[in-house]
Design a protein around this ligand. Structure first.
Ligand SMILES: [Zn+2]
Length: 71
């Protein structure tokens, strides 16, 4: 899950740009999404590389584990 680093919530994030890269006309091997937080105005970018099963974020967003922890 992607959250705003400032607000620590995904609640106000909006995707402003989304790009999907294709390989051999079929497989999705990379996804890039730009985010903007409508609360604090922070922007960031998320990308996923299917070849390496790797997620990266930059800017004002951060990646959190999708599964919440219950102690
Ligand atoms: Zn924010």
């Amino acid at each position: 899950m992607i959250t705003c680093t400032n607000c620590e919530t995904p609640q106000f994030l909006q995707i402003t740009q989304s790009r999907i890269y294709f390989e051999d006309g079929e497989m999705i091997n990379e996804i890039t999404e730009s985010y903007e937080c409508t609360l604090c105005g922070a922007t960031g970018q998320y990308s996923y590389d299917d070849d390496h099963d790797e997620e990266t974020v930059s800017g004002g967003v951060s990646l959190t584990k999708e599964r919440p922890k219950f102690a």
